[in-house]
Design a protein around this ligand. Structure first.
Ligand SMILES: Nc1nc2c(ncn2[C@@H]2O[C@H](COP(=O)(O)OP(=O)(O)OP(=O)(O)O)[C@@H](O)[C@H]2O)c(=O)[nH]1
Ligand SMILES: [Mg+2]
Length: 387
């Protein structure tokens, strides 16, 4: 049967999902979960997207918002009947807000796990020229993604490869070799980009030519470079560096290589022969799993030092982090304004209450659920009782 062309049209992008949102059948986090599920490339990304699509994040955020609104209702009642009740009635909500603030801060302080799972963990390969960095990238990618040559200074720009490392999305960057004695402006720019890639990375792999010596100096300098990067502040610098002592085929068998320097694990490899590669990838996998599942450190043999907490990575986008940070800021202002030894310095109740309203609004912006009654509450709250 032919349909009447005047009554049908092709659907717009995301039209059916948008309708589901507008009809209140999905909140924004579930919509984002669905989008993430469609573009998921790894098992962990699918798992995370499914949880978000299923409403885990919405339930948590709605729970928080309900608690803030309940505190808000209490605060407003105290303010409305101000002459008959004392400050103690208002103070009853302080421990509740404090409790909520702690929970929300805990979620913000999640090591960016959800965002890393969604966008892929960033691994940067750095080291001196000719050490075998591009050889390592190609071995990990299992294809000749970067040019390998005996000439030092072959890689000039950052070469990125997206990998599925046993279910984890990883973006590996091969970079230009780092050396002091060059005046070539292109090489200098390449090194600048290499350092940038290393400081933005979740994990840095330092590749060193073991037949050349000087590995400890190279490790020192890379751990200095990483100091101060945001990721390291959360996890500790050394946990994010792996050192590869490459070209062990060129050194005598009797040579005893170190297995760690300043707590940084060293993996001896001969990348041209694929020697030591599987130990290195297993360690990398374990290190990423630990970071993404939020458990403790990992030893060189890949053993976990504490059990995975398996907590929900709630924040999966910068958008969530932005609104949640603003909500936390508002609740912090409330707490600072209503606690301390000197009640005469406390924020007036109505000003402190406004912070609760801001926090509820910010949480509501994440889920996109703002009920019409809430808008009406604001409009009618301007009237006196009975009017
Ligand atoms: N003998 C030996 N040679 C290796 C090994 N790994 C890599 N090479 C060789 O070392 C040379 C340099 O390798 P690349 O991977 O291009 O080195 P790179 O670190 O990317 O070098 P730049 O891009 O110049 O900074 C190539 O000729 C490789 O074949 C190894 O384990 N043993
Ligand atoms: Mg290279």
């Amino acid at each position: 049967m032919h349909s009447d062309a005047s009554t049908v049209r092709p659907a717009e992008r995301g039209e059916f999902t948008r309708r589901a949102f507008e009809n209140g059948r999905m909140d924004l986090t579930s919509v984002e979960g669905l989008a993430d599920l469609i573009s998921a490339e790894t098992a962990l990304q699918r798992k995370q997207a499914l949880r978000q699509l299923g409403g885990e994040m919405r339930d948590l955020l709605e729970g928080w918002r309900a608690e803030i609104k309940s505190c808000l209702a209490h605060a407003e009642a105290v303010i409305d009947f101000g002459d008959d009740v004392d400050d103690d009635a208002f103070e009853a909500i302080v421990p509740r807000v404090s409790d909520l603030l702690m929970k929300m801060k805990g979620h913000l302080n999640d090591g960016h796990r959800g965002e890393i799972v969604r966008g892929g963990a960033r691994v940067a390969i750095v080291g001196q020229p000719n050490a075998g960095k591009s050889t390592l990238l190609n071995a990990l990618a299992q294809r000749p993604a970067a040019i390998v040559s005996p000439q030092a200074g072959t890689t000039r720009d950052v070469v990125e490869v997206h990998l599925d490392l046993n279910g984890l999305a990883v973006v590996v960057s091969d970079t230009a070799g780092l050396r002091q004695d060059t005046a070539d402006p292109i090489e200098i720019e390449g090194m600048k980009r290499a350092r940038q890639a290393a400081s933005n990375a979740d994990i840095t792999i330092l590749v060193h030519d073991a037949s050349q010596g000087g590995m400890e100096t190279a490790i020192e300098s890379i751990s200095m470079d990483r100091r101060g990067s945001e990721n390291d502040m959360e996890t500790g610098t050394h946990a994010n560096i792996i050192c590869v002592a490459n070209k062990i085929d060129l050194i005598p068998d009797s040579f005893e290589s170190k297995t760690t320097v300043r707590d940084i694990p060293i993996f001896s490899t001969s990348l041209v022969n694929n020697d030591g590669l599987s130990e290195l990838t297993t360690h990398l996998e374990n290190l990423l799993k630990v970071r993404l599942e939020g458990s403790g450190g990992v030893g060189k043999d890949g053993e976990r030092s504490s059990k995975a907490q398996g907590s929900i990575p709630v924040i999966t986008r910068a958008r969530h982090r932005h609104h949640m940070t603003l909500a936390v800021e508002a609740l912090s202002v409330f707490m600072e304004g209503r606690t301390g030894d000197n009640p005469s310095l406390y924020l007036p109740m109505d000003i402190a209450t406004e912070e609760l309203r801001i926090a509820a609004k910010e949480i509501g912006s994440i889920t996109g659920i703002i009920h019409v009654e809430e808008v009406l509450d604001v409009v009618f709250s301007e009237f006196c009782i009975g009017k």
